[in-house]
Structures are given as C-alpha cells and as structure tokens.
Design a protein around this ligand. Structure first.
Ligand code: NAI
Ligand code: F6P
Length: 388
C-alpha cells in the first residue's frame, strides 16, 4: 500500500470514529469523514483529531490524528471521491441509499479525469453483503459506459464488522470522543478487491465471507437482540443489567446454541470453538464499562424481524436442518412485545398487533406463512410471555 493512501469514510458516528476510521488512520491512511452532523463535522475540521476510550480487558486512551471532514450535503464530496483510494461507510442500512448518488457522481468524475487508479468501496454495516447492495444502488445511477468503468476500476468489497460501540455519555462536552469495547473484528471478502489488497492491520481477509457474516449475525446479533427483548420485558435498562439476570443469560445462551447448531451444520464450524465464541460474546455483553441501552440494541424491531435478519434467518435455518428452536421462537415472541414510544418501528408493530391481531402481525413482519407451524409457535410463545 502506498504511504499516501487516502480514504473517505461516510458516517462519523460510533463505528465510524470508534472503529473503522481509527483503524484506517492507525494504518497511516489519510482519512476524511463525510457526515451530515454539523457539530461533528465542524469539530473534526477544526481539531483534526479525536480521542477513543477503549474499555474492557485492556483499557486504554487512544488519540486518532490526521483526520479531516466534509459535510455530506454542502461540501464537494464527489471531488474528494475522485481522488481517494478507498471509500468506507458506517451510516446504517437505511441511509446507504442516500450516499449512493454522491459515490456515483464521484466515479463519473474519476472516469472523466481518466483516473485509472483502483477504488475499493467497503460498506461496514449490519447487513448481509452490504457493499454488493450499495453497488446495485450506484450502478442504477450510471450509464452503460460508466458501468463498464466501474467493472474495470472499482471494487465493492463485502465485509462483516463487529465491535460494540454505544453512543458516548459525555458527548456534550466533547462531541468527538467515543468509547469502544476492546474486542474488534473486521473481515472482508478478499475476492472482491480491485487491484492490490491494502495491508491494513485489523482488516482480516477471507474467501468465505458468508460464513463469517452469518456467524456474527446468528450469534452476536441474535444474542444481543434476545438480551434486549427479554431484558425489556423484565424492566432492565441496559444490556449488562439484563445479561446479569441468570434466567436471561440462560435463555440467551440457549438461543445462541440453537442458531449455532445451524452454523455448525451449514459451515462446519468446530463445536468447541463455537462454544468458546458464544462464551466470549456473553462476556462482551457483561462489559461493566459500556453503558449500552436496551433501546439501542432493540431499535427498529421491524428491521430486526425481517426474513434476512438476526432472528428469522437463524429460525429458518433450524427448520432447514430440523433442529431445536424453542428459544429462538421465544426471542422472536419477545420482539413482538417490545414497546418503545420513541421508536417508530416499535410503535408500528404494536399498532398492527392491536388492529389486526398477533397472528397477522407475525406473518406480516417475519414473512412466515400465516398459520404455518413456526408462526403458530411464535404466537403461542407471545401469549405465554404476555400472561407471565
Ligand atoms: N455501534 C455499533 O456497535 C455497531 C454498529 N454497526 C453498524 O454500523 C453502522 C453505523 O452504526 P453506528 O455507528 O452505531 O451509528 P451512528 O448513528 O452512531 O452513526 C451513523 C452516522 O451516519 C451519519 N449519517 C447519516 N446520514 C448521513 C449521510 N447522508 N451522509 C453521511 N453520514 C450520514 C450520522 O450523522 C451518524 O454520524 C450501522 O449499520 C450499524 O448497524 C456495526 C457494528 C457495531
Ligand atoms: O445496529 P443494529 O443493527 O440496530 O443492531 C444493534 C446491533 O449492532 C451492534 O451495534 C453491532 O453489531 C450490536 O451491538 C447490536 O447487536
């Protein structure tokens, strides 16, 4: 990798500043963030550095230096795209479509300027093959000849990203400071790069990305969502409080064991290693230094109840392999009991349950066939949880 490598990172939020931006800057890459948050953008432009508090087994305070920022709407982001070697994103799955047009305009500029330097784009979102989805959004903005340029000079590299970074509590005094757990994992699909693969310590390469994406989704995310939804039912406010409840911990372990059985059968993961992976995740949830609210982890339940997400996708796997799923069913039922008036999706789920009944709500949000066996099990579990 050349010393003058430049990256543009969309989304200077928790993962942007606390994980991906830091990792790129630590590798000597000149990082420019693009965001719509004036406070964060202006502070980055002025200070060109920020502090990351790493908390957990190895607590340390790190200064990330040499960074800059652009406002995603009012600054000339496409001109920057014309000059960088990498683009990364951590904006959230629903915002990805909003950054696609700027990326497309930047790519057109590169073509017009005769730029033949490879550009690699990596979406770091909780999505299965997020970069491939971003690629479709970008291609939709381009002509045939521009698409041919993309095929030759632009790589869209899928990735799995894992580090727990809740919003920082002291953000009023320092809008850039961010607190992160010690653990981090960023795995990218080595088969999708255009040109040389950059050597970035902390960016792991694989040619089996789907296995790692599903391992993270079916374990960390399934377990986290289960902790949130069961924790909310018992009146807890944070993930650490909920996982320290023995009954919840046991349910979360059982749920991850069920989704884990799917992973073991599908990808051949070693049983003992997978049990260790689950144990490690439970410890991460317990991290006493992270104030991780249940409403953050349980947010947007409609997205989380989707067919390709952390609850229904592993449930579908248990049906495919004909293995136990009682705990997954209970976690899904708990998601249907999740109430939060500040969360539009939670409000919508409760409205639909009230207006159309739980049977109809389950099939509507999960895409499972109404009155099918799994639907009936979820409804039954919902009624048991409600009566408890
Ligand atoms: N926080 C975490 O622990 C983890 C989050 N993720 C994923 O990372 C992604 C980002 O999550 P967080 O960092 O937690 O969210 P966040 O809300 O802290 O950061 C998102 C950032 O995107 C910015 N943004 C919104 N619209 C934009 C636009 N049009 N252009 C540029 N920036 C824009 C927001 O202002 C915000 O700063 C999500 O997909 C999430 O699922 C993945 C692993 C861990
Ligand atoms: O960011 P999402 O998809 O709403 O879900 C929250 C999840 O994402 C994470 O922030 C990161 O994987 C987890 O902490 C949690 O499981």
């Amino acid at each position: 990798m050349k010393n003058s490598t430049q990256a543009l990172h969309f989304g200077a939020g928790n993962i942007g500043r606390g994980f991906i931006g830091k990792l790129l800057a630590d590798a000597g890459i000149a990082v420019t963030f693009a965001d719509v948050n004036d406070t964060v953008v202006n502070a980055l432009k002025e200070k060109k550095q920020y502090t990351v508090d790493v908390v957990g087994e190895k607590s340390e305070q790190c200064l990330v230096t040499g960074v800059d920022a652009l406002h995603s709407i009012t600054d000339d982001v496409p001109a920057k795209i014309a000059t960088v070697d990498m683009i990364t994103t951590a904006v959230g799955p629903t915002v990805l479509k909003m950054v696609a047009p700027a990326i497309a305009i930047g790519i057109v500029l590169r073509q017009e300027q005769g730029n033949k330097t490879p550009l690699n784009i990596i979406a770091c979102e909780n999505m299965v093959r997020g970069s491939s989805q971003l690629k479709e959004m970008v291609l939709a903005e381009l002509s045939k000849s521009q698409q041919a340029y993309v095929a030759r000079y632009v790589g869209f590299v899928d990735s799995a990203v894992d580090r727990i970074v809740p919003p920082t509590e002291n953000s009023a005094s320092d809008p850039l400071r961010v607190t992160v757990e010690t653990f981090s994992e960023w795995i990218v699909d080595q088969t999708q790069f255009c040109g040389e693969i950059p050597n970035i310590p902390g960016m792991e390469l694989t040619d089996q990305l789907l296995a790692f994406v599903e391992r993270k989704l079916f374990t960390l995310n399934t377990g986290h969502a289960t902790t949130a939804y069961l924790g909310m039912l018992k009146g807890y406010a944070t993930i650490a409080e909920a996982i320290n409840d023995h009954d919840i911990e046991q349910s979360v372990r059982n749920t991850m064991a069920e989704s884990g059985e799917v992973l073991i059968r599908r990808f051949g993961f070693d049983t003992q290693q997978h049990a260790n992976y689950i144990n490690k995740i439970i410890q991460r949830f317990r991290n006493p230094h992270l104030h991780d609210e249940i409403v953050r982890v349980g947010r947007q339940p409609i997205r989380k109840l989707g067919a390709d997400d952390r609850l229904i996708k592993p449930l579908a796997g248990t049906l495919e392999y004909n293995v136990a799923n009682d705990n997954l069913v209970r976690a899904i039922a708990a998601a249907f009991l999740y109430e939060n008036n500040d969360d539009e999706q939670a409000v919508e789920v409760q409205n639909i349950i009230r207006q159309q009944g739980i049977d109809s709500a389950v099939s509507r949000f999960t895409s499972l066939t109404q009155n099918s066996r799994p639907c009936q099990s979820i409804v039954q579990s919902y009624q048991q949880l409600q009566a408890a």
